[in-house]
Design a protein around this ligand. Sequence first.
Ligand SMILES: [Zn+2]
Length: 139
Amino acid sequence: MGWSIRLPIDHAFRLLNRNWSVPKGHELTGRCAQLLLLQGGTPVERRRQRDRVQPWRAWYKTSRWQKLRMSVLLRDLFTCQMRGCGRIEADTSQLVADHKIPHHGDEALFWDENNLQCLCKPCHDKLKQKQERASRFRD
Ligand SMILES: [Zn+2]
């Protein structure tokens, strides 16, 4: 296990502009560092960094998640739960099991069926954009 480095956001972006990358065996933590890693490097590097800083990404690839996701879509009758939308979508690839409270790697929140809702893709993407903007201000 390497070190953990916490970076303030302006520092992170300064490093990013210098094409800085994480030294081998070291790890960046914190949401600012995540932002940095998600934006720097080659696509392959970015993917590797993402998996390292966001190990929960692998949870989406488990059959446990596939089952949970489908049970949520079914429970919500393939209907988008966004207020004012209510779209019914037969193509489940166009539906997202969305975490109402962002889990940020919290296992309890991630796997909690009551924290999940069925959203159509357009609503989901709009919501994520809004949340991302909000979290950028928090950082
Ligand atoms: Zn919708």
